[in-house]
Design a protein. Structure first.
Length: 200
C-alpha cells in the first residue's frame, strides 16, 4: 500500500510505548543548543506552523523527532524536514486537532519526518508517508486502553478520514500512525485486511 511506513514491525522500537532514549525534551534542548542552524530551522518551521494556524496542536519539538530506532540506525534523533515538505504535515495536524484529540485526549508524537536513509533503516517503504513528512506515530498521553483507542480512532477515521485523506495504522499496544497521504487503514502487519477497524 502506497505511503505505508512499516516501522520494523516486531522490533523493540516498533513495539515501544514510550519515548525512545535520547528523544526526551531535555535531549531536544541539547540538540537545539549545539547548533545555530538547528535553532534557525526550528524557528522557521515554527513560524510556518503559526502562519498555517496549526501551531501548538503538538509541541514543535515533538514534530522534529525522527524515529524510535534512531540509535540503531546511527541517525539523528531530531531533524527538521525539508522546507518543501512542510505543507504535507498541515492536514495531518488538523486531523489530530479536530478528530483524534477530541476522541482520545492529548497525544504525543513519537516519530515524524524520516530522511531517506533513516526511513530505509527503520523498515519504511521508499514512498513512506514519514519520508515525505505526511506522517506521525503517536500515543495517548492519558491512560487509554487499546480497545477504547481502536474504537474511538476507527470511528473518527470512518467519519472524517476521507476529508483529510487520512491513513490510520495501528501498532501493538496504544501506539498508532496517522498521515494525510491517502484514505486507508491497516493493522500491525501493514495490511488493510488486518486493520482492527474492520472488526468494529
Amino acid at each position: 500500500m502506497a505511503g505505508l511506513c512499516l516501522l520494523a514491525i516486531g522490533s523493540p522500537a516498533a513495539q515501544a510505548q514510550s519515548v525512545a532514549p535520547g528523544q526526551a525534551k531535555a535531549d531536544y534542548l541539547a540538540w537545539l543548543a549545539q547548533s545555530p542552524e538547528n535553532r534557525e530551522d526550528v524557528r522557521a518551521f515554527r513560524t510556518f506552523l503559526i502562519d498555517r494556524e496549526v501551531k501548538d496542536i503538538l509541541p514543535t519539538w515533538q514534530l522534529v523527532r525522527t524515529s524510535s530506532s534512531w540509535r540503531e540506525c546511527s541517525a539523528e534523533r531530531f531533524e527538521v524536514a525539508p522546507v518543501k515538505q512542510w505543507a504535507n504535515i498541515v492536514d495531518t495536524l488538523a486531523f489530530v486537532k479536530r478528530e483524534v484529540q477530541p476522541a482520545i485526549g492529548e497525544v504525543e508524537a513519537l516519530s515524524a519526518y524520516r530522511n531517506e536513509d533513516l526511513n530505509t533503516c527503520s523498515g519504511g517503504r521508499p514512498a513512506s508517508a514519514h519520508r515525505m513528512f505526511f506522517a506521525m506515530d503517536l500515543k495517548p498521553v492519558d491512560d487509554v486502553d487499546r480497545s477504547e483507542l481502536i474504537a474511538k480512532l476507527c470511528a473518527a477515521h470512518s467519519a472524517s478520514g476521507a476529508e483529510y485523506s487520512t491513513g490510520l495504522g495501528f501498532y501493538s499496544g496504544v501506539r498508532f500512525h496517522v498521515d494525510s497521504s491517502g484514505f486507508r487503514k491497516w493493522g500491525s502487519d501493514g495490511r488493510g485486511s488486518s486493520s482492527p477497524c474492520n472488526r468494529i
